[in-house]
Design a protein around this ligand. Sequence first.
Ligand SMILES: *Cc1c(COP(=O)(O)O)cnc(C)c1O
Length: 398
Amino acid sequence: MSNKNFETQAIRNQMDRSRYQEHSTPLYLTSSFVFEDAEEMRAAFSEEKERNIYSRFSNPNTTEFTDKVVQMEGAEAGYAFATGMAAVFSTFAALLSSGDHIVSARSVFGSTHTLFTKYFPKWQIETSYFDINKPEEIEPLITPATKILYAESPTNPGVDVIDLELLGNIAKKHNLLLVIDNCFATPYIQQPIKFGADLVIHSATKLMDGQGRVLGGVVVGKAELVREIYLFSRNTGPALSPFNAWVLSKSLETLAVRVEKHCENALKVAEYLEGHEKIEKVKYPFLVSHPQYEIAKKQMKLGGNIIAVEVKGGLEAGRNFLNALKMCSLSANLGDTRTIVTHPASTTHSKLSAEEQLAAGITPGLVRISVGLEHVEDIIQDIDDALEDGSQKSEVRN
Ligand SMILES: *Cc1c(COP(=O)(O)O)cnc(C)c1O
């Protein structure tokens, strides 16, 4: 199937049928797999023969899901995790040693930031940060101890965009591993390996599932690096469950159509908000007003489904807007069929100090909108009503 288009691969790249000749992939809820004899078991454990042994190592459903993401990202190999954070943590833990150094964009997912600032220093792994809008800051931060260059693009929650080709060139020049969290874009929109990334991480919880049902994560990239991550994970246990893998693999069959529609809706919502008198600022990668619009156009097929909005009036106005929404959900997730609105400063990024928040572009009035798949007129109507009547808390929510 490797010569087929993205959509076809997502649908047709499935595991071999069982003797029942099922059309849709069956779910293999089994902890372990059986062997014919002692010799077969020995060969499997010594890796002479590639096969499933135990579902912490691999399972047909997790393999099917991982293989699809490997193909979508143009990678060599991959491993699937119970959550996106398990994928992020295991990648660093497997590849770094005490004394190693990370250079990361300052603006990263809240829990990733907490790993860098609170946990990795316990193992003498330090992180230096660059401003995503000032890539010239990157090279001076690199030391002989630097091993990994890390970024997300677009970023959460500021939807800043960083030039992946530039990062790829810096990583190559200094012999660093480039690791990209590609969660906001999905491989349908952007494939960081093309620009020189060694590893690509996803929280599959977001657009990959896309229906707000399961948690999952995945790392794909160079085979020798994935092997280290696999060995670490097989011994520490952050594996994705077969059930969640089954759900996620099914979801990938519709990734292209869902992402197309998410992005079409998001662009319309962003254009509507840009002209609104109650809105101070709108940031969306495919709006010409986005500071990195040119870079976004170069490396992304579509603008994604996340919009960062600054409501006029700061913190109070932002919170009133959230309270006045009748249809859009207040929820911690993103990339769902349902439009979700959050206030990062008081939720996902509340563990950052006020200075850290500002440095990461999280102003008090910043609102993040994950545009869903409801009819775009209904999304805009709900937002419009809430902006008009930002002081009244609705009683009934769906
Ligand atoms: C949600 C998210 C994660 C973490 O994923 P979980 O599945 O919630 O553990 C990591 N990176 C980004 C950019 C995310 O949005």
